[in-house]
Design a protein around this ligand. Structure first.
Ligand SMILES: [Zn+2]
Length: 81
C-alpha cells in the first residue's frame, strides 16, 4: 500500500513570503502575511495548484486535495479529474 503525502499546508515565513507574494494569493488577490497558513489548492487560475489562504480553501477528502472555494462549489458533483 502506498502512503499518501501529508496535506500540503505551510506557514508563511519570510522566505515563503518572498516567494509567493510576488503574485499574492490567487484566490483573493491579497498578499500573504507572516504566519498565515496557506494550502496548495486547485482553482480556476492557470498553472495548476497554487498556495492560497487556508480559509479560502475546501479540503476534498475523496481526492485528498484542497480546492479554492468557488472552484469546489462549481465542480462539486461533476467529478474532478
Ligand atoms: Zn487569499
Amino acid at each position: 500500500m502506498e502512503k499518501k503525502n501529508p496535506t500540503p499546508k505551510i506557514m508563511m515565513d519570510l522566505e515563503k513570503l518572498n516567494m509567493y507574494n510576488a503574485e499574492g494569493c490567487p484566490s483573493c488577490g491579497k498578499k500573504f502575511s507572516l504566519g498565515d497558513m496557506a494550502v496548495l489548492a486547485c482553482g480556476f487560475w492557470e498553472g495548476g495548484a497554487k498556495y492560497i489562504h487556508e480559509n479560502e480553501a475546501i479540503f476534498d477528502k475523496k481526492t485528498s486535495t484542497y480546492y479554492e472555494r468557488r472552484c469546489y462549489n462549481r465542480t462539486k458533483g461533476k467529478g474532478i479529474r
